[in-house]
Design a protein around this ligand. Sequence first.
Ligand code: SF4
Ligand code: SF4
Length: 248
Amino acid sequence: MAQTHLLLTLSQALTAICLDFRGYEPQTMLFCEVLRALGAPGVTYRREPGKAGLWLSYGNQGKMRWLEGEALVDFMCRQIENANLDPEHLSLICRMVFQTPCRVDRHPDTGQPGIVVQTDMAAFQCRQCGQCCRRLDYRDGMTEADVERLKKMGRNDILAWVRTTRTIRGDIAHRIWVIPGTNEFAPTCPFLKKGVSPQRWICSIHEVKPDICRHYPVSRKHALMTGCPGFDINAPRQPAPLGNPPNK
Ligand code: SF4
Ligand code: SF4
C-alpha cells in the first residue's frame, strides 16, 4: 500500500524544504509567502511578475538588489536554516512548501518532536503516459546502490547504457541512458516500450528500474510541478490524521 505519511525529524524537514527549493525553477511566489511567514527582521522583498527572481534588501544592505537562480535559492535556504524555527512554525512552512497538510508529532521511539507530512501518494495512480520517462532529466540519477544491485543481478544489458564518469567537482556519477560505446545520451530511455494502446507506455525493466524512476513522483506537488497526470485533481484530499502514529 502506498505510504500516506512521512515523519521527518526537524532537521530532515529543513533539508527537505531546501531540496524542494533546489528541485525546481525559483518559486518566487512561494518564496515571498515563506519570507512573510518567517517575518525575517531586516529583510524586504519584491516580486516582478513573470520574472524568476526577487528584489531583496537584507542585513546592512539598504538598497534592493536583484537575486535569481542559485543565488536566490541559496538565500532562501539560509533564511530557513538560520530562522531557528520552533516545530509549529516549521510545520507551517512545510505546509506551504509541500502544499500538503503537515502537523507536529513526536517520534514514537525517540519522543523527539518531528513533522508529519501527508504525501497523498494513496491518491496516485500511474496513467502509463510515459511523460516522466520521455521528458524528465534523469541524467546523473542512477545511484551507486542501483549499479551494485544490477551488477549482482548480472544485468549487463542495462549497465551497457550506464556510463560511469566524474563530475566537475570530482564526484562519481552514473549517467543514464548513454548509447553504448559513445558519450551521447539516448534520445529517450531504451527501456521504454509502447503499451497496449497508442497512448500507453510501459517500462520493460519495471522490476529492476533505478530508484529515481521507482520513486517518481514523490508527492502531489512533485507530480504537478513536473507534468505528471497521476493525481486526480478533483479527488477530495484526506486531512492528516491527528494523534495517530504515521505510517513509516
Ligand atoms: S508521468 Fe506520471 S502518470 Fe505518466 S507514466 Fe510517469 S508516473 Fe505515470
Ligand atoms: S527505466 Fe523505465 S521508468 Fe525509468 S526512464 Fe526508463 S522506461 Fe522510464
